[in-house]
Every structure is written in C-alpha cells, then in structure tokens.
Design a protein around this ligand. Structure first.
Ligand code: GLN
Length: 551
C-alpha cells in the first residue's frame, strides 16, 4: 500500500433487512459526532447501480437529484452529508457501479492491464479502493465515512463490500470500523420487538468476512435493555455497541441521540482517535429554537412528485432550517400540479396558504396547474418563490396574462411557440444525450444593487447551483420590466437568473436552486424571506388584506 494512505481511517456504514432505513442520516450523524470532536471528516456514498450518476434518474425512484458545486448530479444523500457536516463536497464523493466500470473499461481499452484478464476481483475492487483512497488524500480528512447503498446480500453491492473488507485488512488494526444499520420491527398486539431480521442480516455480513463493530437498530420506539442484550449476544457485539435509533421529530436530533448512547466515545476508541469533549454549539441552539414552535405557517408546495416528498428533499430541509432559526412551525401542504386544474376545491385551499413554492421540474405534465398556482400567488399577493422550472413558468404566466401574449410558452413544451419567452440556451443547441449535459453547478450571479434580492443576501455577488437547459428569452425583458417584473439578477454572461415583482409583498423567481445550499446552521435567505412574508400575511386582518383589495 502506498505510504500516503497509511494515515487513513475509514468507517463503513452498511444496511440490512430493508432499504430506506435512513442510513444516510446515520452516516451524516456519525460524521457530525466526529466533527464535534474537531476531527476532520468527509463522506463518500456508494450507489451500486449502473447509472454513471443520478442525473438521468426519475425522482420517483431515488428521490431528488442533488447538485454539487462542481455540477455533479448526485444521490440525495450527498445533500444530507453537506447539511450535517456544513461542508461542500464534489463528484468524487459519489461512487456508482457505472462510474467504477467505466473507469475499469477505459483502462482496459488503453491497455493499462498489460494483457491480464480483467476481473471483478482484483480490478473492480482495486478501482473502488483507489477511488476511496483518493478522496481521503484530496480532502485531507482524518476519517472517511463510506456509506454503502442498498442492502447487504444484494448482488450489486458485493464488489463494494469485498473491496471494503480488503481495505480493512490492508489498513490493519484500529484503522477501520464497520457500522451496520438494521430494522427492529415491533409486531403483534403488544408491539413486541423482533431481533431475528437483525440476526439474519448480520449473519449475511459475516459470511462476506465483515464483522460489525456497531449495530444501529432503527425502529419506531427505543430498544429495551433486554433487546439490546439479545442482539449483542446473537450478533457478537458488546451491548454498549447496540445503538437504538428510534424515529425522531426531525433528523437533526439524531447526532444527539447517538451521542447520548456513547457512540462518539466508542468510535474514537475503536479508531484510536483522541476523544475530545464534543462541541455542538450552534447545532443545539438550532434544535432548541426548532422545538419552540411559537405559531405556524402553511406553505403550499406545488409539484408533480408530491407523493414522494423525497423528490423535493432539499426544499423540505430548507424549511426545517428556517423553523430552527425563527422558532415557528413551518407546515408544508402538498398540491399535485396535475390535479389543480380539475379541482376547484384544491385551488381554493391553495389560495388560503400563507405562501406558495413552485419547485423545479421537467416536461409538460402538470404545468398548467403550476401556472394556476403562480397566477393565484401573483394576483392575490400570496408570498411566492419559484425555483428553476417554477421561475420559468412564472415568466410564461406573466407573459400570457400581463403582456397579453396568450401563446407564450417555453420551447421545452412548445418547440415552435409564437412567443417563446423561455427558450433553449445557445450552448444547448445541438447537445446530444441527457447525462450531465445541462447547465450545471455553482455559478456566479450578479444582483442588482438596491434590489430586494440583494438586500436579502446582503451582497451583490453570489454563487448558486444550477441545473437547467432552458432560460428566459432576453427579447421579452423590456416588456416584462414595463409591467413590473424586473430581472434583478444576471449571470456574468447576461442570462436572467432572478425575477422580482413590484407591488407585491414577496414574489420572487430564481433560475438557480437555492435549496441545495441551505444548512441547519445557515438557513437560506430566500426561504427565510418567504416564511417571514408568510408570517406578515397572517398578521394582516382579512378585511384589509391585499387579496381583498385586488378582488
Ligand atoms: N426544465 C427546465 C430546464 O431544463 C427547468 C429545470 C429544473 O427545474 N431543474 O431548463
């Protein structure tokens, strides 16, 4: 093993029994425990699917596609890592089977294997280890957490677990810890806790040569000491290493739940790291404010994936961050944009929301509903935030109703629209293929001095993450402005990034995705402003509410 890797310490988080146990939150929380001890840490996610990245996947299958600064379209867990660690990551932190195989096949074609038969072991496993080591080296982290997606026993995850087993052997004693997340279901009339699924999945893990150091038992309720003792005995881990992780009111509680069971001290002992007094500072303040819940606001979210809230995870989290800053409960109400045009009752309910968010999206389904929601927000002066597609649809709605261009549309939907107010980026014309070909990642946006948005950010130059192909057609800008819709943010090369409406308490659209940069300890200014405006709207007595005035 090259000398430069000898410092590396690794914590592997695997999962058993079922998927969807919140391994990402467990991994992020473990990272936070170490960070609280002033240990430099980073996280790598392994996704054992053949897609090279998450960019081409439907949000209904894996939830939201999370965009990193460098433009990588990543699994949503990367978002959890960034939020829990308060660190920005890059594409090397998301390994997929597709990425590994592509690298191996490219090497084979170049002739790098010098005539050898190229095999899963040692070549694919070797590539996996190399990529993990590279992350350790480049990030300079003392500890790299590696979350293995999927469930132990899946064919897909085998090469990854084998690579990690090999790595543990190569790194030697005290350099690596294995954490296994399982489910302890509560069944029957008295809700008896069942340990058998955990026993089976640990056996599966041991069959591939990995012995867990810690077991994270997920379940609806805390484990009793006798259940912990039972898991300990059957799974060959000390009772203090069987950790109970019951469902929490909000995921940001999990690091403290783990801390209370001594996980931080245990991990530092296993990895021979100094166990400093943990420092949670702002994190604890965030939770204390979050729990206050003095008053509440209702924010309507209008999209087409409303049945799976994970499809909008970063938006949901951004509102949690606001709650932790304002001490005000933020309740999200989900509206299916496809239903809205045929449900007057839903539209009526939407009109009574304190604020409306229209997030990003693609394609024609549900756009008329999004425009109905935007029109309601605009005319009835309901605070509104439009993100990416939501911003583009706000421009289309405005053009149709205020500029009197009934045929206005985005060329994404109507390639030959009479009034293409949203059209293809010049650089996108002639682009083939859907993987990694959008305008992606963190880009500089210049805000107009004195504008509302510049005031909210407290500066006139920002970096925000992007993921889109279409943009506002500059031909229509003058007319937008004459009618009160101002472009108050531009990219360095002049593309419209922000719209804000005059004579409205809060109506803002952004081409970029602010949700990706909101953090518990640093809520995003646009989400804060939206919720603050929602609160103000509540306080205005209905008889003098602007809605009544404009009706
Ligand atoms: N479909 C739009 C585009 O490609 C918006 C994308 C998005 O909302 N992320 O430009």
């Amino acid at each position: 093993m090259p000398r430069e890797y000898s410092f590396m310490k690794v914590i592997v988080v695997s999962g058993g029994v079922i998927s969807g146990l919140g391994k990402g939150i467990t991994t992020s929380s473990l990272g936070r425990l170490l960070k609280a001890r002033n240990i430099a840490v980073t996280i790598v996610k392994i996704d054992p699917y053949l897609n090279v990245d998450a960019g081409t996947m439907n949000p209904y299958q894996h939830g939201e596609v999370f965009v990193l600064d460098d433009g990588t379209e990543a699994d949503l867990d990367l978002g959890n890592y960034e939020r829990f660690l308060g660190q920005s990551l890059n594409g090397s932190h998301n390994l997929t089977t597709g990425k590994i195989y592509r690298a191996v096949i490219e090497k084979e074609r170049r002739g790098d294997y010098l005539g050898n038969t190229v095999q899963i072991i040692p070549h694919v496993t070797g590539e996996i280890k190399r990529m993990i080591r590279d992350v350790a080296q480049v990030s300079g982290a003392e500890v790299v957490l590696v979350e293995v997606g999927g469930t132990v026993g899946d064919i897909e995850s085998m090469p990854f677990l084998e690579a990690l087993r090999e790595l543990s052997y190569e790194l030697g004693e005290g350099q690596m810890a294995f954490v296994h997340t399982t489910l302890v279901p509560f069944v029957g009339p008295v809700g008896e806790a069942k340990t058998k699924p955990t026993q089976h999945s640990v056996r599966e893990l041991r069959a591939i040569g990995i012995r867990p150091n810690l077991i994270m038992a997920r379940g609806a309720a805390p484990l009793t000491p006798d259940i912990k003792a039972k898991i300990s005995l059957f799974c060959d881990v000390p009772p203090e290493a069987v950790i109970s992780v019951p469902d929490q009111h909000v995921v940001y509680e999990v690091p403290l739940v783990l801390e209370a069971q001594g996980v931080g001290a245990l991990l530092t002992r296993i990895l021979k790291l100094p166990d400093r007094e943990p420092e949670y500072g702002a994190w604890k303040e965030f939770l204390a404010t979050y729990r206050r819940e003095e008053g509440s606001v209702e924010v309507a979210v209008v999209g087409k994936y409303t049945e799976l809230h994970d499809a909008y995870l970063s938006h949901v989290e951004a509102f949690h961050h606001v709650q932790g800053r304002l001490g005000l409960a933020v309740h999200l109400q989900w509206y299916d944009s496809e239903d809205l045009p045929r449900s007057p009752a839903a539209l009526e309910r939407l009109r009574r929301s304190d604020a409306i968010l229209v997030p990003g999206g693609f394609g024609p389904r549900g756009i008329e509903g999004k425009m109905l929601a935007i029109e309601a927000a605009r005319r009835e002066k309901i605070p509104f935030l439009g993100v990416c597609y939501g911003f583009q649809m706000a421009a289309v709605e405005f053009a149709r109703h205020e500029l009197e261009l009934p045929e206005a549309h985005s060329t994404e939907i109507e390639p030959h629209a009479t009034d293409p107010v949203v059209c293809l980026l010049e650089e996108q014309q002639g682009v083939d293929g859907l993987g990694g070909t959008m305008r992606l990642g963190a880009l500089r946006v210049m805000l107009q001095p004195g504008s509302r948005i510049a005031e909210l950010y407290g500066r006139t130059e920002i970096y925000e993450r992007h993921r889109h192909r279409y943009e506002i057609n500059p031909k229509y800008l003058e007319r937008f402005s004459e009618h009160g819709l101002e472009a108050t943010g531009r990219s360095v090369d002049g593309r419209v990034e922000v719209f804000e409406l005059d004579d409205h308490p809060f109506f803002m659209g952004v081409q970029y995705h602010p949700e990706f940069l909101s953090r518990p300890e640093a809520p995003h200014p646009l989400y804060l402003a939206l919720v603050r405006a929602a609160r103000v709207r509540q306080e205005v007595p209905p008889s003098v509410a602007p809605a009544a005035a404009s009706a």
